[in-house]
Design a protein around this ligand. Structure first.
Ligand code: CA
Length: 288
């Protein structure tokens, strides 16, 4: 499949549909497949390791997708957390989010090792401070962790899960919080790195096996790799300005998948892959 054509840190475009706003790549170890979404299209995509591509219609804008350990998928979508049956495509609510804020939708999200699904919200018109970050526990209990978020974006953990990384794009920074993997409790939030300005903002992120943080730069046509102390270590450039998120996948977790959105660039909206020379951590399913 396309993976075999991915031999260097130079990103190659994968043979999948161009997205209006491609987001949230997630490698499912159990099925050797990559999942991602096209947000405004409400489309959920799957690319198997053998090259087979399939997609589903969520019926509403969808910000993130993760596999569900008990079967099917879980989406962070306009109306909240939804379950999707991949056999029928049927979508059912798991936990409504911000039904009192019809201008908001859910955006980026990710699961910790225990299978807790963290995802945040944003105003469709990008009103500052209108969003929040939520956690959906495996028992389907919903918790709002904090509010005052502009555009809730990348979420990831250090390899020992004692640190959680978080991006509010409108704050132009990657934050770090203490994290208790036993309880899911988050501690003090502080800035790890400040980046971007104007229309250039940090977007999605992933954390590799060495604990470095790969941040997609919306408007900047790049993914930037930061050390855990916040120093910039490496940059991967893409032929698309609006780089939205990234995740490691492949059999050896050595392929970095990178999503982009329409706009500037020769391959805007394409999905890319490269082998940057380091391995990632496993993406985790929702364990509810
Ligand atoms: Ca995003």
């Amino acid at each position: 499949m396309a993976n075999r054509a991915v031999s260097s840190s130079q990103p190659v475009q994968l043979p999948v549909p161009i997205a209006a706003l491609g987001e949230g790549p997630h490698w499912d170890v159990a099925s050797s497949a990559l999942y991602w979404v096209d947000v405004p299209a409400g489309r959920v995509h799957r690319l198997a390791d053998d090259g087979g591509h399939v997609s589903w219609d969520a019926g509403q804008p969808v910000g993130a997708v993760v596999p569900r350990a008990s079967g099917g998928l879980v989406l962070a979508a306009r109306d909240g957390f939804l379950a999707m049956d991949t056999g029928t495509g049927a979508v059912t609510p798991l936990a409504p989010v911000e039904a009192d804020r019809p201008g908001n939708r859910m955006n980026d999200g990710s699961c910790d090792r225990a299978g807790r699904f963290y995802a945040g919200t944003m105003a469709a018109d990008e009103s500052p401070g209108a969003g929040s970050l939520y956690r959906l526990d495996p028992d389907l209990r919903l918790t709002r962790l904090f509010d005052g978020v502009g555009i809730s974006n990348g979420i990831g953990w250090s390899p020992d899960e004692t640190r959680m990384y978080y991006v509010d794009s409108l704050a132009y920074q990657v934050d770090v919080m203490d994290y208790d993997p036993a309880t899911g409790e988050i501690g003090r939030r502080r800035c790890l790195a400040t980046l971007g300005n104007g229309e250039v903002v940090p977007d999605g992120l992933t954390v590799d096996a060495e604990g470095c943080i790969w941040v997609a730069i919306w408007g900047g046509g790049a993914v930037q790799r930061y050390r855990p102390d916040g120093r910039l270590k490496q940059i991967i450039e893409l032929p698309a300005a609006h780089v939205t998120s990234c995740a490691f996948g492949g059999k050896d977790l050595d392929v970095l998948y990178i999503s982009t959105a329409a706009g500037h660039g020769a391959a805007a909206g394409a999905l890319f892959a490269c082998r940057p020379g380091v391995t990632g951590q496993e993406c985790h399913p929702f364990r509810g």
